[in-house]
Design a binder for this molecule. Structure first.
Ligand code: MTE
Length: 307
């Protein structure tokens, strides 16, 4: 995120020609006067304007796309590093420490932590701050259900999540590309929102290592970096915690990280995105298309300052 410039993008990251060709075929079949658009699509990709509803009905990305195009700097900074380098990462036994401002601090075995809940399958849009996106069928447990069990105190205003620190198994943690371990945070109402998911699986199967096994966070209206992987600690705190990308570059990445097409990243536009596997770019929607469900939480806030 910090270190890739457009010139660094490899040909494997650019949509295959056959996708482009089938898009052109579609345009031709639709019989609409889009010659100009189709022409510029060769260079830029046509800018679609799917509504939230249309995006909702989109076909999920493939298993291969979701599991080989990853950001997980503990296993390297290239998109295919996590799938290549995380094969021997051990996710059992696994413990999650719950501490801070809660009535029931505890150290849970992973199995005990997830056992009381029925896992749910949910297809969410996923928007990376790098302006690419996917549609992903996650399996998980609403974070709110877990949090209720810990009985947070009224003084708990934020939740902080911490990734495991295991440099022997995570080669990236032996470099200083980021500050380790990776940390993230949510405001308590964001953590309790019914869309916020503690993810345990993908496509109805166990979560692959490269996607954050055994437990990772997904907050679908925020940029993907809020989705911290391999969580080993959940702390309830009074003050807004820092998050890893904010520590790395606070002028580029903020605490809120709400998907917002009106606030560009200092080095690129956030007004549009490219769906992995498609050629055209499409308009980015406010709160990643989840505005109806989440906008009320930010009423009255200056979202340019609180980016
Ligand atoms: N969690 C950890 N521990 N380390 C990371 O480098 N990358 C983040 C997030 N969670 C990251 C992480 C970023 S930048 C993104 S976009 C998503 O994971 C990518 O999730 P995915 O690989 O499952 O698509």
């Amino acid at each position: 995120m910090l270190i890739k410039k457009p010139g660094d993008i490899r040909s494997s990251e650019i949509t295959a020609e056959r996708d482009y060709l089938s898009r052109r075929k579609f345009i031709a079949a639709a019989g609409v006067a889009t010659l100009g658009l189709a022409g510029s699509a060769r260079l830029l990709g046509a800018l679609g304007s799917a509504t939230a509803q249309e995006q909702q009905n989109e076909k999920p990305n493939t298993w291969d796309e979701i599991t080989t195009y990853n950001n997980y700097y503990e296993f390297g900074t290239d998109k295919d590093d996590p799938s290549a380098n995380s094969k021997n990462f051990r996710t059992r036994p696994w413990t999650v420490k719950v501490d801070g401002l809660v009535k029931k601090p505890a150290e849970y075995h992973f199995e005990d932590l997830v056992k009381p809940y029925a896992e749910q399958d949910r297809v969410y849009r996923f928007r990376c701050v790098e302006a690419w996106s996917m549609v992903i069928p996650w399996r998980g447990i609403p974070l709110a259900e877990m949090i209720k069990r810990f009985e947070p105190l009224p003084s708990a205003k934020f939740v902080q999540f911490t990734t495991i620190y295991a440099p022997a198994e995570m080669p990236g943690q032996r470099s200083d590309v980021l500050q380790w371990p990776y940390v993230e945070g949510l405001r308590m109402d964001e953590a309790m929102h019914p869309l916020t998911l503690m993810v345990t699986g993908l496509y109805g199967k166990t979560l692959p290592n490269q996607n954050g096994a055994p437990l990772r966070l997904i907050v679908p209206w925020k940029y993907g970096f809020k989705g911290i992987k391999a969580i080993t600690r959940i702390s309830f705190v009074e003050k807004q915690p820092l998050n890893t990308w904010q520590i790395a570059a606070s002028n580029e990445y903020g605490f809120y990280a709400n998907v917002n097409p009106n606030v560009d990243h200092p080095r690129w536009t956030q007004a549009s995105e490219r769906r992995i596997g498609q050629f055209r770019r499409q308009k980015t929607l406010m709160f990643n298309g989840y505005a109806d469900q989440v906008a009320h939480m930010y009423a009255g806030m200056d979202l340019r300052r609180n980016f």
